[in-house]
Write a protein that binds this ligand. Sequence first.
Ligand SMILES: *[C@@H]1O[C@H](CO)[C@@H](O)[C@H](O)[C@H]1NC(C)=O
Ligand SMILES: *[C@@H]1O[C@H](CO)[C@@H](O)[C@H](O)[C@H]1NC(C)=O
Ligand SMILES: *[C@@H]1O[C@H](CO)[C@@H](O)[C@H](O)[C@H]1NC(C)=O
Ligand SMILES: *[C@@H]1O[C@H](CO)[C@@H](O)[C@H](O)[C@H]1NC(C)=O
Ligand SMILES: *[C@@H]1O[C@H](CO)[C@@H](O)[C@H](O)[C@H]1NC(C)=O
Ligand SMILES: *[C@@H]1O[C@H](CO)[C@@H](O)[C@H](O)[C@H]1NC(C)=O
Ligand SMILES: *[C@@H]1O[C@H](CO)[C@@H](O)[C@H](O)[C@H]1NC(C)=O
Ligand SMILES: *[C@@H]1O[C@H](CO)[C@@H](O)[C@H](O)[C@H]1NC(C)=O
Ligand SMILES: *[C@@H]1O[C@H](CO)[C@@H](O)[C@H](O)[C@H]1NC(C)=O
Ligand SMILES: CC(=O)N[C@H]1CO[C@H](CO)[C@@H](O)[C@@H]1O
Length: 841
Amino acid sequence: MILLPGHQSSASFSRTRATSRVMGLDRTINYLSYFLVLLSSFCLELGHATDTIAAPNFIKDSETIISNDGEFILGFFSPANSTYRYVGIWYAKLSTTHAIWVANRNKPLKTTSGILTISEDGNLVVLDGEKNIIWSSNVTGSVSNRSAQLLDSGNLVLHENTNTSIMWESFQHPSDSFLPKMKMSTNIVTGEKVQFTSWKSQSDPAVGTFSLGISVFNLPEIYIWNGSSPYWRSGPWDGQIFIGVPNMNSRYLNGFNLIDDKEGSFSFIFEFSNKSLLAHYVLTAQGNVLVYSTINGKDLVVWRSSLMSECNVYGKCGAYGYCNLKNKPICSCLEGFEPKNIEEWKREDWTSGCVRRKPLQCLKVSTGGKEGKKDGFLKVKMMKTPSLANWSSASEDECRYWCLENCSCIAYAYESGIGCMSWTREYLIDSQQFSSGGVDLYIRVASSELDKKEEVKVNVIVTVLVIGIVLIVAVCTLFLCRRRAKRKGFQGEENLVDNMNQDKLQELPIFSLEELASATNNFHQSNKLGQGGFGPVYKGKLLDGQEIAVKRLAKSSGQGLAEFMNEVVVISKLQHRNLVRLLGGCVEGEEKLLVYEYMPNKSLDAFLFDPINQELVDWKKRFNIIEGVGRGLLYLHRDSRLKIIHRDLKASNILLDEELNPKISDFGMARIFGGNEDQANTERIVGTYGYMSPEYAMEGRFSEKSDVFSFGVLLLEIVSGRKNTHFYHDEGTMSLVGLAWKMWNIDNLAALLDPKISRSKFGKEILRCIHVGLLCVQEFAKDRPTVSIVISMLKSEIVDLPYPRQPGFTVNQITSESESSYPNQKVCSINNVTVSMVLGR
Ligand SMILES: *[C@@H]1O[C@H](CO)[C@@H](O)[C@H](O)[C@H]1NC(C)=O
Ligand SMILES: *[C@@H]1O[C@H](CO)[C@@H](O)[C@H](O)[C@H]1NC(C)=O
Ligand SMILES: *[C@@H]1O[C@H](CO)[C@@H](O)[C@H](O)[C@H]1NC(C)=O
Ligand SMILES: *[C@@H]1O[C@H](CO)[C@@H](O)[C@H](O)[C@H]1NC(C)=O
Ligand SMILES: *[C@@H]1O[C@H](CO)[C@@H](O)[C@H](O)[C@H]1NC(C)=O
Ligand SMILES: *[C@@H]1O[C@H](CO)[C@@H](O)[C@H](O)[C@H]1NC(C)=O
Ligand SMILES: *[C@@H]1O[C@H](CO)[C@@H](O)[C@H](O)[C@H]1NC(C)=O
Ligand SMILES: *[C@@H]1O[C@H](CO)[C@@H](O)[C@H](O)[C@H]1NC(C)=O
Ligand SMILES: *[C@@H]1O[C@H](CO)[C@@H](O)[C@H](O)[C@H]1NC(C)=O
Ligand SMILES: CC(=O)N[C@H]1CO[C@H](CO)[C@@H](O)[C@@H]1O
C-alpha cells in the first residue's frame, strides 16, 4: 500500500468527536480506508495511532486525534460566533472549548474541506480544499520522513521517524495559553523568545494586540505588552512568588520555577504535583490573564490579573507616583514628591507624574554648593518595586550604603530572596502599594524632608501613646499569661513573641475549642497520633470531612505559649510543598491548639526504624524523601522571605503525605534570623540528642550549619535504617555517625546500608548519599556545606566531593565533656524526645 504524501485517502481515527458529518460516499471511503488502516497496522505493526499523524495519513475536518491519556484533542473547530474553521488543540475534559493552541490562526479555512497532514517536504501542514498550503510548520532542511504526535502534555511535536529527534513543537510556538511543563522563555544573548499572544477577540484567534513574556533588565520579570508598550508587569521573582502579585493564591504559584541557565536564557515553568488541578493560564483579548482550574470536576476561572484593578496598569500614576487601591484617589506621589501638574491630578489624570519637592543635597554638592546635612531615605512599606531595577548580590547594609554614597542612586530595596535592588534612573515608575506582601522601598530624599517627617511623628506619637495604653489594657490577659510562662522557668531571651505578633494569631483562621474537641472525639486516646515536643497530637475530622491533625499544648508546660506563638508566627509565613501546612489555631482559656493538614502516613521514623515498614520504602522513595527534606530546608534557610533555622530536624519531625512526599514539621523551636545575621547564641539549648551539632550542644551556637548537621544525621539514618543513638557494635558502643566514619575509613560503606534496600541499581547514588552525609556532620561548622551545595551534590551537579573530615560526636562524649566544661548544665537526654538544656551562666 503505497500512497503519496497528502494523497486524498482518508485514514480514519477512532474517537472522532460527535460532530462527525460523514455520509454516503464519504462513509464508503471511510470504511474502505478503515479497512486499509487495519491492514496496514497488521503489515506495519503501527500499533494504535490515535495520537499520531504519519504520512501518508491525514485528518480532515470532523476528525480528531487524541493524546494517549485522553486529556487533549487536536482537530478542527470554529470559535464562538464564527463559521471559519481552524486547526487547534483543546482540553478534552474542560467545558471551556477555547483552544489552547491554534495553527492557522491568521488564515482561517472558509469551508470544512481542510485537512491536516505531513507534506512531502516533511512539514506539518494545513491544506484547504484545493491543496493550497494555509499553514506550515516551516521547518527547513532536508526532506525526511516525519510524523506528528500529540503528547500527554498537550504538546504537538513533529519528529523524525528514524531518530525521533524533534524538529518542531507547538510548545515552542504557543498561542495564548500557558500550560504545565511549557517553558516561557527569553534568551538575552540570542534574542530568542517563547511568548504568548492574545487572540483578536473571543471569536477570532488571529494575533491580537497583547503579548505576554519575560523581560530581562537585570532581573527577569513577566510582562504583558499592549503592542510594544508595557501594560502590566509581575515584579521580580523572589524564588517563591512574584512580588508584584501578592494576592495570587500561593497554591497557583506553588510549582512555579525560574530556570536561569547562566548563559543568557531565562525560563519560567510551572507544574502542579496535584494533576487534578489541571490549571492553565490564558492571555485574553483584553490583556487579562486568567487561570483556569478544575475543581470538583468543574473548570473555573480561579484568578484574574491586570484589569481586575486599575492599579495594575503599567505606570498608572506616572513618574514618582504610586498606586494604592485603598486610597482615594488611587494615585499619590511618593513621599518627598509633589504632583508636577496639580490641575491634571485634580482631574485624575496622573500621567504627568510627580517631581521632587526639595533638591537632593548630593546634587548641590556635586555642582559646587556647600556641604549640608546628608540626604537620607524614606521608607515606603509593602510595595511592588518600580520597574527597571539594577541588581546586585550585596547585603542589605551594603545596599543602603552604596545607594547613599552614590548620588545617582535614587532608591533601593532589599529582599532576601532577590538581593539588593537599586534604581539609578531618572525616575521611578510603576510602583504600587499593597495591604500585605510586597517589599519595603527606600527612597532618597533631602534631609529636610526627613526632619519634616520627624515633626509629624511627634504628633503621631501622642496619638499612638493614647491608643497604646488602651491596647495594653486589652492585651493584659495575654500578657499575664506570658509572665507566668516566664516565671515557670522560661528564659524569654530569644522570645520572638512581641505584641505585634499577636496580630498574627488574628490573621490565622481561628477554630473554636468545641469544634476541635468534637473533631477529635474529645481528644480521645484512640485518635492520638503521637507526642510532640510540647504536647500530644490528635487526628481529627472537621464537619466538612476535612482531616486534620491537632496539636494540643500541654496545659502544664510552662514553655507552651512562647513556642506556640513562635510556631504560629513562623509557619503562617511559610508556604512550601515540603513544609507542613498550618490551617489554623485556637486559644481559649488555658487551651492552646494548632491545627495542621493531616498526613496519613505519619512520620519518617515510623518507616525507617520499623522492621516491617522498612520494606515499604525502597531506595527511590528514600531518595525522594532526602531531596524533599533538602528542598524544604533550603526554603527555610534561603528562599523564604525570612531566614529560618529549624533547630530540631529529625526523623520524627518529617511527616509523609499519601505519596510519601516529606514535609518538615514542628516549628516550635525554629528561630527567625534577621537579614544578614547568620549565627546566634542561646543559653537555652533545645534540640534532640543525636541530631545536635557539637557547637550547638556544647556552646549554644547555632546557624544554618547546625541544621545541616542534623540533615547529615538524617541522611545516614535513611540510608542505614538505623537510629543515631548508641548501639552495640563489635568494638563497644558507637553512634551511627561514628560507625559511618569508621566504615568510611576502612572503605567498607556497604556495611552501613539498610539490608532492605536493594543496592544493585543505585549503588553509586547510595554511596554518594553517605559521602554527603559525612560532609554534613563534620565537626566544624565551617567545613560543612550549605544546604544548596548539599542539594547540588546529591543531584550530582557537583561531581567531585571533598574528602570529609572527622565528624562531631564520634564517641559517646557529650555527657562527659559537657560535665567538665559546663558544670551547671542540665542534660535531659531522652533519646527520642526533644531535650532542653539550660546553661546557668
Ligand atoms: C456571540 O453572539 C451573541 C449574540 O450576538 C452574543 O450575545 C455573544 O456574547 C457572542 N459570544 C461571543 C463569545 O462573542
Ligand atoms: C511559513 O513561511 C511562510 C513563507 O515564508 C510565511 O508566510 C508563514 O507565515 C510561515 N508560517 C509560520 C507558521 O511561521
Ligand atoms: C517512514 O517511517 C515509517 C515509520 O518508521 C516507515 O514505516 C515508512 O516506510 C517510512 N517511509 C519512507 C518513505 O521512508
Ligand atoms: C535526525 O535525522 C535528521 C534528518 O535525517 C537530521 O537532520 C538530524 O540531525 C538527526 N538528529 C540526530 C540527533 O541525529
Ligand atoms: C492598547 O493600545 C492601543 C493603542 O495604543 C490603545 O488604543 C488601547 O486603548 C490600549 N488598550 C488598553 C486596554 O489599554
Ligand atoms: C488534588 O486537588 C483536588 C481538588 O482540589 C483535591 O480534591 C484532591 O484531594 C487533591 N489531591 C491531592 C493528592 O492533593
Ligand atoms: C545599572 O544598570 C545599567 C544598565 O544595565 C548599568 O549600565 C549600570 O552600570 C548599572 N548600575 C549599577 C550600579 O549596577
Ligand atoms: C554611581 O553609579 C553610577 C551608575 O551606576 C556609576 O556610573 C558611578 O560610577 C557611581 N559612582 C560612584 C561614586 O560609585
Ligand atoms: C522512645 O522510643 C521508644 C522506641 O522507639 C518508645 O518505646 C518510647 O515510648 C519512646 N519514648 C517516648 C517518650 O516517646
Ligand atoms: C507506604 C504506605 O503506607 N503508604 C500509605 C500512605 O497513605 C495512603 C493513604 O492513607 C495509603 O493508601 C498508602 O498505602
